[in-house]
Every structure is written in C-alpha cells, then in structure tokens.
Design a protein around this ligand. Structure first.
Ligand code: HEC
Length: 150
C-alpha cells in the first residue's frame, strides 16, 4: 500500500513537471508583440480581433500620416473631426476597415476598385504614385481613427 502511494506520488510529480516544461516551452515559442504605442483616446476600442491593430502604429508614423492627409487634400472629399467635406467622414474608419483595406480605398484598388464611381476612382488613382511608405503611414494614421463622426 505504502509503495503504491509512493509510486502514485512520484508519477504525479513527473506528470506535473512535464506539463510545466511544455508550458514554458510554448511561452518561449510565442513571439512577443511589439511594444504597445497608444496615443490617446483614438485607439480606444481596439480589439484583438481587429486586424487594424493600432498597437503597431508608431507615433511618428501616425504624425506623418496626419500631415499627408492634409497635404494630399483628402479633405476635399472626406472629413475628420469637424474639418473637411462632411459628406464622407473617416472618423471611425479604423473601426470598420483594417489597414490593408484602407490602403486599397486610398488608391482605389483591390476591393475598392469595383465600388468607387469612375470619377472617384480616377482621382484616387492619382494617389498610386505616392511613395509606398507614405501610403502606409496614411493608412496607419487612418486605422487609429475610431470615434463615431460628430
Ligand atoms: C474625389 C473625392 C475623393 C478624394 C479626393 C479622396 N477620396 Fe477617399 N473616398 C472617396 C469616395 C467616393 C469613397 C467611397 C465612399 C463610400 O463608398 O462610402 C472613398 C472612400 C475612402 C475610404 C474608405 C472609407 C470608408 O468609409 O470605408 C478611405 C479610407 C479613403 N477614401 C481615404 C482617402 C484618403 C486618405 C484620401 C487622400 C489621400 C482620399 N480618400 C481622397 C472619394 C475621395
């Protein structure tokens, strides 16, 4: 009886150790996320399931995107906050679309191509010549816009 108990205890310890080892190994195998960069309430509402993942947008990229949004005259058709054309607000676009989709909508390609009017598509096609890094910054900036339009 004693021997059986001792064997049982040993087995429990061994199984426990193996379990712990597996846990540690799995944790080490999971790559850690880039450091979270949050810039105020714009990122509120970010969820794990949203592929826009604003946690990977750096403040520099976001700032660059904001400047581009103004200099590329996106506000002639779109508004952000209380500035620009209120017909097509982008205040909550980050909640509805991920960065890849936003990129397609900026340039009128991919999923956006079929849905835009020919005139809008022509105008958006002019953005295809913008440097890729700038387009990415613009999309990153827009992915942080997560407040319902005023
Ligand atoms: C000539 C007008 C026009 C200009 C200029 C314009 N857009 Fe658009 N954009 C549109 C139209 C039209 C749509 C489609 C709106 C819709 O279907 O809800 C759209 C859609 C979008 C969308 C998707 C919006 C959504 O609600 O899903 C994004 C993002 C976007 N544009 C970004 C930009 C950016 C960034 C710029 C400047 C680089 C820009 N647009 C310039 C007309 C324009």
């Amino acid at each position: 009886m004693r021997e059986a108990l001792a064997r049982c205890a040993t087995l429990t310890v061994v199984v426990g150790l193996v379990f712990l080892a597996v846990l540690v190994a799995r944790r080490e195998a999971t790559p850690s996320r880039p450091l979270a960069v949050r810039d105020g309430p714009a990122t509120a509402g970010a969820t794990e399931s949203n592929p826009a993942d604003p946690l990977t947008v750096s403040p520099e990229q976001s700032a660059r995107g904001a400047v581009l949004f103004a200099s590329l005259d996106c506000r002639s058709c779109h508004s952000l906050g209380d500035e620009g054309n209120p017909g097509l607000p982008l205040d909550d676009v980050g909640q509805r679309r991920d960065r890849e989709q936003i990129l397609a909508w900026i340039t009128g390609t991919g999923v956006a191509a079929a849905e835009l009017s020919p005139a809008a598509r022509r105008r958006k096609a002019t953005y295809q010549t913008v440097a890729q890094e700038d387009l990415k910054a613009l999309a990153a900036f827009l992915s942080l816009q997560r407040t319902p339009p005023p």
